[in-house]
Design a protein around this ligand. Structure first.
Ligand SMILES: Nc1ncnc2c1ncn2[C@@H]1O[C@H](COP(=O)(O)OP(=O)(O)OP(=O)(O)O)[C@@H](O)[C@H]1O
Ligand SMILES: [Mg+2]
Length: 247
């Protein structure tokens, strides 16, 4: 295990696709129970970084550890220690609510003795009590989102990666979703979340802003605002920091 209780440690991580550098020498650290916001314009390299940390994509350079495991050498252990909610919610539309969760319980090897109880807890968390037999395709997007989160945390992973979990979801559902994120973090789960909504960035304890494969700023939301004196809000800070890099 790594020391100083940091649950995600990334050092000089790099990923190339041919001659294009999608992730360029990226380093950061996320501590246990922290909600870490990963920001950046489209194509910045956020998803590619997450995929390397989930053990789904081999880095070309640098190193990283997640929940004490090496991203290059221990991808199987990492897969068992994380929850990953991808940018496209990975749900089977033609399965029922219960069947989707039962499927994930199998994938994550949740002990059959506690499987029923755990699925029940998740159905409650998702606000889907009484709708277990409903086809997933019939659910409103906010419910699908909570069901997808439920699938990702059935095995109670210590580290959770959420890639744009709230995109396309209405403000009330987003608010409810963030309540769930907070509950998980308070219970000790480390959360790395990407978002294009600066109102959500405000909810994160730490932020990193990525642009063209590099982290161009990092710190607390308050520290971010200090980087651009006079900026009205995080949206302005974000745009201004990216513009500076463009010059
Ligand atoms: N498998 C791949 N092969 C080639 N290029 C890729 C591949 N995956 C990603 N890229 C490129 O790498 C860059 C970073 O992509 P990535 O998906 O990580 O960005 P992102 O920050 O997640 O963007 P978004 O906010 O749109 O989700 C983009 O230019 C993308 O086209
Ligand atoms: Mg992405």
């Amino acid at each position: 295990m790594n020391n100083n209780n940091s649950t995600i440690t990334v050092n000089n991580l790099t990923k190339r696709f041919g001659s294009f550098i999608a992730v360029d020498d990226v380093s950061f650290e996320v501590k246990k129970g922290e909600v870490f916001g990963f920001l950046g314009p489209n194509g910045a390299g956020k998803t590619t970084t997450i995929r390397m940390l989930c053990g789904l994509l081999d880095p070309d350079g640098g190193s990283g550890s997640v929940a004490g495991f090496d991203v290059k050498k221990e991808s199987e252990q990492i897969k068992a220690s994380i929850g990953y909610m991808s940018q496209k919610f990975s749900l089977y539309e033609d399965l029922t609510v219960f069947e989707n969760l039962d499927f994930y319980a199998g994938v994550y090897d949740v002990d059959p003795k506690i499987r029923g109880m755990r699925i029940g807890e998740i159905i409650k968390m998702a606000g889907l009590v009484g709708r277990e037999g409903e086809l997933t395709s019939n659910l409103a997007l906010g419910f699908k989102q909570r069901l997808a989160l439920g699938g990702a945390i059935l095995h109670k992973p210590p580290v959770l990666f959420l890639d744009e979990p709230t995109s396309g979801v209405d403000p009330r559902s987003r608010k409810n979703f963030w309540k769930l994120i907070y509950q998980l973090a308070e219970a000790g789960t480390t959360v790395l979340v990407t978002t294009h909504y600066m109102t959500e960035a405000e909810f994160c304890q730490k932020l990193a802003l990525m642009y063209q494969g590099k982290i161009i700023a990092s710190g607390t939301p308050a520290e971010f605002k200090n980087l651009v004196p006079g900026a009205a809000d995080l949206d302005e800070v974000f745009v201004s920091l990216v513009e500076r890099e463009r010059k």
